[in-house]
Design a protein around this ligand. Structure first.
Ligand code: DGJ
Length: 764
C-alpha cells in the first residue's frame, strides 16, 4: 500500500544520503560540541578532552552554542558531578546507569569514550539522524547512540545499539534507550496510572531527592499500571500554556522503566528503556542489542505545545498509516457480547448502515467448535468459525456488510489460549509457564510463548488464516486480555530464561512486521482489556487503539484527556455506548455521550436497535457532521481549554486545522456549581486576524447567542465565549470556520444585528 511504498522510498532516499553523510573526526585532546537542532530546539553534547560524551543542553534553539566550550562549571569533578550523555556503571558514576554490563572477564565497569559520529539527512530534509560511536576504554565493547531530530515537529528520538566485540559473552544488566540529565530549581512530574477502566489517570507530584520510577512488570501491557510516558515541568507545576516542559514516551510495549533520579547536586537524571527487572540479557560475541526508541520533546510554552509536538511526530513517524482518515466504527462487544447469531449480526450491520457508520467489527465469540467460544471460559486458540453461530461463515457476513455499504472487521486474540481448547491440548509446550509450578490462569486463559519461533509462526498464521476467511475483511481488532506473571519458557535454555520479557515483545514485533509486510492495508486496532497497549511501540503497527472498556462519557473525559496528553486523537478509539453504563451504571444523555465520542476516533459499542427514535435521528446527523469535520480532529492541533481535573467542573478542548481556517470547540459540564454559575472559556489556537463563523453541531435547536455570527479570533481568544452549560451532563460542540466574505470588522458588526453599534476606540 501507499504507506509501505512510502516507507520503502524513504529507505532508498536515506541510503543515498548515507553515501554523502558527514563523518565527524575528532582531534584527540580537544573538546568538541555536537549539536542537533530542530526548528526551535537544540540538543547539545560535548566530547571532553578525555573523550567522555557529556550532555550540555536541551531546550530552546541556541543561535551559537560555542560558549559551552569555555563555560566553567564551578563544581569539582571529584565526585562524579558531570552530566554524562549516556551514563554507565564505571568511572565516577554512582547514579542509576543507563548501561550496566558484566564483561566476559567478570569486569563490572564500563567507561565509554567517543570514537566518531555520523550525520544523515532524510530525503525531505525534515529528519536528521546523528549516530555517535562510543567504545569502552578496556574492552572491544561498543555503543552507538542514535538520535533523530524531526525539524518541523520539534521532536527527537533516541535509542542505543550495544555491540559485544569481546571474545566471550557479556551480560547486560541495564540497557536503557535514553538518558537525559536536567538542571532546574524544581521538578514536577506528571505521569499516568490506572488499570482497565481507569486508564491514563493523571497524577502530578513534585520530585524530591532520590529516585522515582514508573514502570511495567506485566510483560505485555504497557498501560495497566503506568504508561511509558511523562511530562516533566521545570520550576513549577505543569501548566497548559506556559512554563518549561520536557515530555517523553518510550516506544515499547513490554516491561519498561523510566527513572527520575534526583541527585545530591540537584540534577535530575532521567533514564528510560527496557526494565532491567529479571531481564539480564546475554550477548554473544559480535551480537548487537538494539534498544527501543524513546521520543522526547521540550517546550517553553507548557503542556499544550509539548503534546502537539508529540502528536505531530506520531502523525509523521510514530503511528501506522498516519495520513489516512479513520472510519466510524460499530464494534459488537457491548451490544451483544458472546450472545449472537447471523441474524443478530445482520441487524447490527443494518443499524450501522442506517446511521452512516462505515465499519462493523465483529468482536469476541465467533470461533471454536469443539470448545465453542460462548464465554471467556473456552475456545481461545481455535480460530475456526463457530458453525452453530455462523453457519454461513465470515465471508457471507462480510459480503452482507459490503452490500449495505459497510466495511467489515473482526476480533482476534492470537497470543492467548484457554486451557479448554484444542490448541492447549495440542501444544502444551507453547504455554508460558515455569516448569514444575502451577500455571495460573487469568480470565481463564494462558499466554503463548512468543519467544518461540513456532509460536510466532502460529500467531502470524492465525492472522493470515483469519484474513483468508473473507477477502472483504479490512479491520482487525487485536486483543490481549491478560498480563504475564509466573514466567518461564520451554523454548529458552535455562541460562537465557531472563531473556523472556524482552524476547516476548521482540517476538511479537517480528510478527507485526511480517503482518505489515503482507497486509499493509488492513486497519489493526491495538487492544488489551481496553487500553492496555497504548504506547508508541505498538502504534508503529496499528492505526488506533481501544482506549478503554470504560465507555462512560464522564469517565472518558478523564481517560481521553490523559491519553491525549501524549497520544493523538486520531488513534483514540472513543465509542458511544448504552446507558446505564455497564461499568459505572451512570445514565448520561445521548448528546453528551455523542459529543464526548466525537472528540476522538468516533465509534459505537451497542445494539443500535436499542436507540430510541428520539436518539437515532440526531445521532445519524451527528455522524454525518463528524465525517465533515473529522479531519480537524484527526489531523489538527489539540488545544486543551479546561482540564476535567480542574475544580471548575468543566472539560473543554479544541481542535484547530493546521491552516487555522477551521476549528471545533467542545465543552462539557461535569459538575453542578450552583444555579447562578455561568462559565466563560477563552479559546486558543485560532488566528487572531481571522473572523470565524460559528455554528453549533449536534443540536437540533441551536440557541447559543453566537450561532451563525462571525466573530474575530482575537475576540474569541481574549474575551472568549460563554456557552450556557450549567447542569451536569450538558455539552456543546461549536464549529468555527473562517468566514469567506473577507468583511471588515465594522461590516461584520452590521451584519450581525441591525441595531448593533460598533464602537471604535482611537488607534495608537
Ligand atoms: C477486552 C476488550 O477490551 C473488549 O473490548 C472486548 O474485545 C473483550 N476483550 C472481548 O473479550
Amino acid at each position: 500500500m501507499a504507506n509501505n511504498n512510502m516507507m520503502k522510498k524513504k529507505m532508498v532516499c536515506l541510503a543515498i544520503v548515507f553515501l554523502s553523510m558527514g563523518l565527524v573526526a575528532r582531534v584527540s585532546g580537544e573538546n568538541e560540541l555536537i549539536v542537533l537542532n530542530t526548528e526551535n530546539l537544540s540538543l547539545v553534547m560535548e566530547v571532553d578532552d578525555r573523550g567522555v560524551l557529556l550532555h550540555r543542553y536541551f531546550g530552546k534553539r541556541l543561535q551559537d552554542p560555542s560558549p559551552f566550550l569555555s563555560k566553567t562549571l564551578y563544581r569539582t569533578d571529584e565526585y562524579g558531578t558531570r552530566n554524562e550523555a549516556y551514563s554507565t556503571m564505571g568511572g565516577k558514576n554512582f547514579r542509576e546507569p543507563a548501561l550496566r554490563v558484566t564483561h566476559h572477564d567478570g569486569d563490572l565497569n564500563t567507561e565509554l569514550r567517543y570514537a566518531r559520529s555520523e550525520r544523515m539527512i532524510d530525503h525531505d530534509k525534515n529528519r536528521s539522524e546523528l549516530v555517535i560511536h562510543l567504545e569502552d576504554t578496556k574492552h572491544p565493547f561498543r555503543v552507538k547512540l542514535v538520535y533523530r531530530a524531526y525539524r518541523a515537529e520539534d521532536t527527537f528520538t533516541m535509542h542505543a545499539e550495544i555491540e559485544n566485540g569481546e571474545e566471550g559473552e557479556v551480560v547486560l544488566g541495564n540497557y536503557y534507550s535514553f538518558y537525559l540529565p536536567v538542571e532546574a530549581r524544581g521538578y514536577w512530574l506528571t505521569h499516568f496510572h490506572g488499570i482497565a477502566t481507569t486508564e491514563m489517570s493523571v497524577v502530578e507530584a513534585r520530585l524530591t531527592p532520590g529516585m522515582k520510577t514508573i514502570q511495567s512488570r506485566k510483560g505485555l501491557r504497557s498501560t495497566h499500571s503506568e504508561n511509558p510516558s511523562f511530562l516533566l515541568s521545570l520550576d513549577g507545576p505543569l501548566r497548559e500554556n506556559g512554563g518549561e516542559v520536557i515530555a517523553g514516551a518510550l516506544a515499547w510495549g513490554g516491561n519498561y522503566r523510566i527513572n527520575f533520579d534526583l541527585d545530591e547536586f540537584g540534577t535530575l537524571n532521567i533514564s528510560a528503556g527496557i526494565n532491567p527487572y529479571a531481564s539480564e540479557y546475554r550477548l554473544s560475541p559480535e551480537e548487537t542489542f538494539v534498544t527501543p526508541e524513546m521520543v522526547f520533546t521540550y517546550s517553553a510554552r507548557g503542556a499544550g505545545d509539548a503534546s502537539r509536538n508529540l502528536h505531530d511526530w506520531a502523525r509523521k513517524d510514530g503511528l501506522y498509516d498516519p495520513a489516512a482518515i479513520r472510519p466510524v466504527v460499530l464494534n459488537s462487544w457491548e451490544g451483544v457480547y458472546f450472545d449472537f447469531d447471523e441474524k443478530v449480526l445482520r441487524e447490527m450491520i443494518d443499524g450501522a448502515a442506517a446511521l452512516g457508520i462505515e465499519m462493523f467489527v465483529l468482536d469476541d465469540g465467533w470461533f471454536g467448535n469443539n470448545y465453542p467460544r460462548n464465554s471467556a471460559a473456552a475456545g481461545l486458540g481455535d480460530w475456526q468459525v463457530n458453525k452453530d453461530k455462523l453457519p454461513g461463515g465470515i465471508d457471507a457476513l462480510a459480503r452482507y456488510a459490503e452490500s449495505k455499504g459497510v466495511k467489515f472487521g473482526i476480533w482476534i486474540e492470537p497470543e492467548m489460549v484457554n486451557p479448554r481448547s484444542d490448541l492447549a491440548n495440542r501444544h502444551p509446550e507453547w504455554i508460558v509457564k515455569a516448569g514444575g509450578r502451577e500455571v495460573p490462569t487469568r480470565r481463564n486463559q494462558w499466554v503463548l510463548d512468543m519467544t518461540n519461533p513456532e509460536v510466532q509462526d502460529f500467531v502470524f498464521d492465525t492472522f493470515d488464516s483469519v484474513l483468508k476467511l473473507s477477502d472483504r475483511i479490512s479491520y482487525v481488532k487485536w486483543d490481549a486480555n491478560r498480563h504475564i506473571e509466573s514466567v518461564g519458557s520451554a523454548w529458552l535454555p535455562p541460562e537465557r530464561q531472563s531473556h523472556f520479557w524482552v524476547d516476548y515483545t521482540r517476538g511479537l514485533y517480528k510478527v507485526y512486521e511480517r503482518i505489515r509486510e503482507k497486509y499493509p492495508d488492513i486497519i489493526i486496532q491495538a487492544c488489551s482489556s481496553g487500553g492496555g497497549r497504548v504506547d508508541y511501540g505498538s502504534l508503529k503497527y496499528h492505526q488506533d487503539f481501544w482506549t478503554s472498556d470504560n465507555t462512560d462519557a464522564f469517565s472518558r473525559a478523564f481517560i481521553q484527556y490523559g491519553t491525549n496528553l501524549v497520544y493523538p486523537a486520531i488513534a483514540t478509539g472513543a465509542h458511544f455506548s448504552h446507558v446505564p453504563n455497564r461499568h459505572t451504571r451512570r445514565i448520561i444523555p445521548a448528546k453528551f455521550r455523542m459529543d464526548m465520542a466525537m472528540t476522538g476516533r468516533l465509534g459505537f459499542e451497542m445494539k443500535l436497535a436499542d436507540l430510541t427514535s428520539d436518539e437515532a435521528a440526531p445521532i445519524k446527523k451527528a455522524i454525518a457532521q463528524y465525517k465533515q469535520v473529522r479531519d480537524i480532529i484527526q489531523f489538527g492541533d489539540l488545544y486543551r481549554i479546561v482540564s476535567p481535573y480542574d475544580e471548575s467542573g468543566y472539560y473543554a478542548l479544541m481542535y484547530v486545522s493546521k491552516d487555522k481556517k477551521r476549528a471545533l470547540f467542545f465543552a462539557f459540564c461535569l459538575d453542578y456549581k450552583g444555579y447562578l454559575s455561568t462559565v466563560n472559556f477563552k479559546l486558543n489556537g485560532l488566528d487572531g486576524d481571522t473572523s470565524y463563523r460559528i455554528r453549533e453541531l449536534n443540536n437540533e435547536k441551536p440557541a447559543f447567542w453566537a450561532e451563525g455570527r462571525n466573530i474575530d479570533g482575537d475576540f474569541l481568544m481574549k474575551e472568549g465565549i460563554n456557552p450556557n452549560l450549567q447542569n451536569i451532563y450538558q455539552s456543546m460542540v461549536l464549529y468555527l470556520e473562517a468566514s469567506q466574505d473577507g468583511s471588515k470588522p465594522e461590516e461584520k458588526g452590521k451584519q450581525q444585528t441591525s441595531t448593533a453599534t460598533v464602537i471604535h476606540t482611537e488607534e495608537f
